[in-house]
Design a protein around this ligand. Structure first.
Ligand code: ADP
Length: 262
C-alpha cells in the first residue's frame, strides 16, 4: 500500500514554508527563500519533496497552497486564503479561542479565532513598520544577523525610536550610532517600536484573553517580550510558529482527502 502525504505550502513575501503531514502528524517542515519568482520557488519545493520521497515514486500526495504566492503552485489541488489557513493552523497548534498575531516578512495580520473559526481579521496598511522587513533593515544597518539581534538586546536599555516609518527610523538609528549609542539599547528600542506598532493594530479589532504569536518574527524573543508588555497579556508561541499558515493548508489537504474517501 502506498503512503499518502498531505502537503501545505505557504508562499509568503519573504519565505516559502512547506509542511508535510503523514495522517495528521507533521512528518516534515522546511523553509526556502521566496526569491524573485513564485513559480520557480514552487518548482524547487516540488523537487525537494520528490528528493525526500513525499511526491512521486510510490507516494501519493494531496497539496493545498496558500500565501500571497499561492497561485504560483500550479501543481496544488487547492488554494486557500492566508487568513483561513492561519486560523486553521493556529487552532491546531494552540487549541483555544484566541487572538493570533502573525508578524511576517512584509505584513502583519491579527486574527480572531473562536470555536476553530476565523471571526475577524485585520492586516497592516501597506507599510513595513511593525513587520520583519523593519527589523531586517535595522539589523543590516547595525551589522548583525537576525539570530544575533535578540541576544544583543537582552542587556540593552530601552531607547525611544520615535519615527514610525522605516526610512525615517533608519535615519534615526544612523544618528544614534554616530552619537555612540550602545547597539544593544538601539535594538531594544527597535523591539519596542515594532511591539507598539503591532499592539496598535491588534487593539483596533480587540485582543482576546489568550494571545498567540506566529510568523517568522515570533522567533525573535525580544519582540515577543516587548509585545507582551505592550498588550499586558502572556503571549504563546510554538516551535512551528513560522509554519502556521502552511500547517493550516496541509490540514485542509488532509480533511479534503478524508471527506472524499467517505
Ligand atoms: P512571510 O510569510 O511574509 O514570508 P514569515 O512569516 O515567513 O513571512 O516571516 C519572515 C520574517 O521572519 C523575515 O522577514 C525575518 O524578519 C523573520 N525571521 C526569520 N527567521 C528569524 C529568526 N530566526 N529570528 C528572528 N526573525 C526571523
Amino acid at each position: 500500500m502506498s503512503n499518502t502525504y498531505y502537503i501545505g505550502i505557504d508562499i509568503g513575501s519573504t519565505a516559502a514554508k512547506t509542511v508535510v503531514l503523514a495522517g495528521d502528524a507533521v512528518a516534515e517542515a522546511f523553509t526556502l527563500p521566496t526569491g524573485w519568482s513564485g513559480k520557480d520557488t514552487a518548482e524547487t519545493i516540488r523537487r525537494t519533496l520528490e528528493e525526500k520521497g513525499y511526491v512521486g515514486g510510490g507516494a501519493e500526495h494531496r497539496c493545498t497552497a496558500t500565501g500571497y504566492g499561492r497561485v504560483c503552485v500550479d501543481w496544488a489541488d487547492k488554494v486557500v486564503t492566508e487568513i483561513t489557513c492561519h486560523g486553521k493552523g493556529g487552532w491546531a497548534l494552540f487549541d483555544r479561542d484566541c487572538t493570533i498575531i502573525d508578524v511576517g516578512g512584509q505584513d502583519t495580520k491579527v486574527i480572531t479565532v473562536a470555536g476553530g473559526q476565523v471571526k475577524d481579521f485585520l492586516m497592516n496598511d501597506k507599510c513595513a513598520a511593525g513587520t520583519g522587513k523593519f527589523i531586517e533593515v535595522m539589523a543590516s544597518r547595525l551589522g548583525v544577523t537576525l539570530e544575533e539581534f535578540y541576544a544583543l538586546a537582552v542587556n540593552g536599555a530601552p531607547l525611544a525610536i520615535s519615527a514610525m516609518c522605516t526610512v525615517f527610523a533608519e535615519s534615526e538609528v544612523i544618528s544614534q550610532l554616530s552619537m555612540g549609542t550602545d547597539k544593544r539599547d538601539i535594538i531594544n528600542g527597535i523591539h519596542q517600536s515594532v511591539a507598539s506598532r503591532v499592539a496598535g493594530l491588534a487593539h483596533r479589532i480587540g485582543v482576546q484573553d489568550q494571545v498567540v504569536m506566529t510568523g517568522g518574527v515570533a522567533q525573535n524573543t525580544g519582540v515577543v517580550n516587548a509585545l507582551q508588555g505592550a498588550l499586558g497579556r502572556e503571549i504563546h508561541t510554538s516551535p512551528l510558529t513560522q509554519y502556521n499558515g502552511a500547517l493550516g493548508a496541509a490540514l485542509f489537504a488532509y480533511q479534503k482527502y478524508q471527506k472524499a474517501q467517505k
